[in-house]
Ligand binder design. Sequence first.
Ligand code: NAD
Length: 486
Amino acid sequence: MLTFSKRILFVGFGFVARCTLPVLLKHVKIPLENITILEFEPDEDAIRPWIEKGVNFVRARVAPDNLGELLSRHVSAGDILIDLAWNIECDEILQWCHDHGVLYLNTSVELWDPYQNSQGAHPTKMTLYWRQMNLRRLVAGWDSPGPTAVLEHGANPGLISHFTKHALLDIAKVCLEERKFAGEEAEQIAEHANSQAFNHLAHALGVKVIHCSERDTQISDRPKEVDEFVNTWSVEGFREEGTTTAEMGWGTHEKTLPPFAYEHTDGPRSQICLARMGINTQVVSWVPDSTIIGMVVRHGEAFSISEKLSVRDAAGQTIYRPTCHYAYCPCDAAIASLWELRGNNYQLQSRQRIMTDEITSGSDTLGALLMGHPLDSWWCGTSLSIEEARRLVPHQNATTMQVAISVTAATMWMIENPAEGVKLPDDLPHDYVLGIAKPYLGKFISVQSDWTPLKYYSNAFHGFNRPAIDPADPWQFKNFLLTDGD
Ligand SMILES: NC(=O)c1ccc[n+]([C@@H]2O[C@H](COP(=O)([O-])OP(=O)(O)OC[C@H]3O[C@@H](n4cnc5c(N)ncnc54)[C@H](O)[C@@H]3O)[C@@H](O)[C@H]2O)c1
């Protein structure tokens, strides 16, 4: 157990934070009076037990006009700020933490008002890539790396980067055992695996596509009602990311851009975005052991994984990059909620509910699906049942548990590495994070599969329509994308 004698401030005490605090306390020894929760709309039942135990509570909302003044009352140099709210502008809170020596962690990079000026805006300006470029510029202006700030360290983005590295090492091991590579190629793969040069390893193995594939099967005995959005995590967070551009890291093996694609003009230009909502951009994907239809909801891992796995030549030209994006099949109640949301012209339902105690069964199965190498596909991730999640922390669900343990592991890493500057999940050691996380992830699975997007492809009107597929190369994005052509 780690000991931390400074202060921790939780900003936001929603479902993820409520699951994180008890998990964190199992791993970090800290006086409860050193912890403060800052929340503007507290769930009294959730917060009361913590206040009774000695945790401080402040009812307030972090806003553009009070950020510095409010935060400086509760954290100073050496303390930790865990941001589990939504829509706090990352650039601003990060700069404040940097200036004041405060360690910072969040699970997504957000803006004060993501909908402001969105109507008619160029799709590239609506992207997470755009936000990442702003962050790069901000950090480039600093004299020193400063206190550690781990950005986007939840389940996905977050754990998914560590699953990807774990999968790459397993693929290399099996490929070498099965002699899929010979001679110099085999030697190089062994060397890249040994030195954990993951970009060179992915390149040498021939990984072309990485999905963050997720199927949430949690169901409850309380059906979704009319004018209600039901989900297993933040409804506001899901709507925000799902109703804007689909985004993906764009692989060097791709032959053609998909319809409505836009490329960036600055930075590494590693991503594309579509003038199409993520929830309306659907792909086939796979989790053990079934094909799923997932949504290409934009997420931080599409940027960080494809960027960190890129290989550049001496002139700085990218010679290898995998396509990388989310393929999200949410819980059934959320799928029904999205259907209603579309009918409402994307106006959010008047009531929202995050399922916890009413869940009767199901699991959240979330992992990295690496494709296009000699073993076809490999999936590495977690399948956590509601029963196991409740055993670990009562009144939680499987989805929030996967985020909570990731936040905990990253917080521990920050305590042990307090002056590392800004880090994305891919910068953290995967064995450290997974070593802490695994006992909380239910079934940890790392498995080969012969799945390809064309394996079960069928066309009910063959000869009468124009399917947009490339049978010669299963790993082209067009083979995953559901289109009107078939
Ligand atoms: N990376 C991941 O895997 C992952 C997964 C789930 C959620 N998330 C993110 O984690 C965050 C929390 O998710 P959640 O499911 O707990 O959401 P939630 O809606 O249950 O909780 C967020 C809480 O923050 C509070 N809050 C919002 N803005 C605030 C502000 N400015 N000041 C003070 N309090 C504020 C809200 O009142 C709410 O109680 C969201 O940003 C979400 O996008 C990331």
